[in-house]
Design a protein around this ligand. Structure first.
Ligand code: PRT
Ligand code: MG
Length: 225
């Protein structure tokens, strides 16, 4: 590896919104400030107060891809996203730290009044709409329930209301979105939080720059838990 690439700043991949917002205090704990916000700036590469660290802003579900291919040295992504990514691209990502940020629950939800228990026990196929195909498939397989999975990319809450599906598997945080759409959570699939993920080559070749940040993140997230 050339000295030039060793001097390059580390690149941390983040998505804007809750993950960016909840990562800022962790960076601050590591002594790093970020002057611009991705909400107001259109820049996709953001410098930080440290010459050793820059941020890239990508879609939440693209974070593992950037890290896996080494375009980012490390990144922060929800366990939901990592689970779906791992199903397509097994191995290759080191997940050293649960940061305890962007917490929520992955749940099965149905229309209020829909008899989920009866539907599950009848042995008939349940139609389930979700963005989380892998997690949903494994959840119902473990229960021995036959399901037809319908892949959606967003607004899952609509599916049971218009007859596209009997149930959805989606993230729930306050429960406000389910309530506003006359849906109820009937089962928890998993507890979700965001993880730090690290490119395996970066971990070996850039440890001197990476390790102090990993340590600071681990300490700050433990304080939050
Ligand atoms: O929005 P976009 O399509 O770009 O991507 P994304 O939805 O994957 O990104 P983003 O930034 O919305 O979420 C990033 C990560 O935050 C997710 O991968 C989760 O790990 C985590 N997270 C935590 C959540 C929530 N809480 C959450 N409540 N992600 C999404 N939601 C959505 C949920 O899907 C539902 O539509 O918020 C709605 C429910 O919220 P409540 O508060 O009404 O229950
Ligand atoms: Mg979103």
């Amino acid at each position: 590896m050339s000295p030039a690439s060793l001097d390059k700043p580390l690149t941390l991949a983040l998505s804007k919104g809750r993950i960016f917002d909840e990562t800022m205090p962790l960076l601050a704990a590591a002594g790093v400030e970020v002057a611009e916000s991705p909400e107001s700036s259109r820049k996709l590469i953001l410098p930080t107060s440290s010459p050793d660290l820059q941020l890239i802003i990508v879609r939440a579900s693209d974070v593992p891809t950037y890290v896996q291919y080494g375009a980012a040295d490390f990144g922060i992504a929800g366990k939901d996203v990592l689970y779906e990514h791992a199903a397509q691209h097994p191995g290759g990502l080191y997940q050293p730290i649960d940061l305890n940020i962007a917490r929520c629950r992955l749940c099965v939800a149905v229309r209020r009044g829909f008899d989920y228990e009866a539907a599950v026990h009848q042995g008939s196929r349940l139609r389930v709409a979700t963005k989380y195909v892998q997690a949903a498939r494994e959840h119902f397989a473990a229960k021995g329930v036959y399901v037809d999975i319908i892949k959606l990319y967003g607004s899952m809450e609509l599916a049971p209301l218009v007859g596209l599906a009997d149930a959805i598997v989606d993230l729930v945080s306050t429960g406000g979105t389910l309530k506003a759409n006359n849906l109820v959570a009937v089962e928890e699939v998993a507890q979700i939080s965001s993880r730090l993920i690290v490119n395996q080559a970066s971990l070996k070749t850039r440890a001197a720059k990476l390790q102090p940040l990993l340590d600071a993140f681990a300490q700050a997230s433990q304080a939050q838990a």
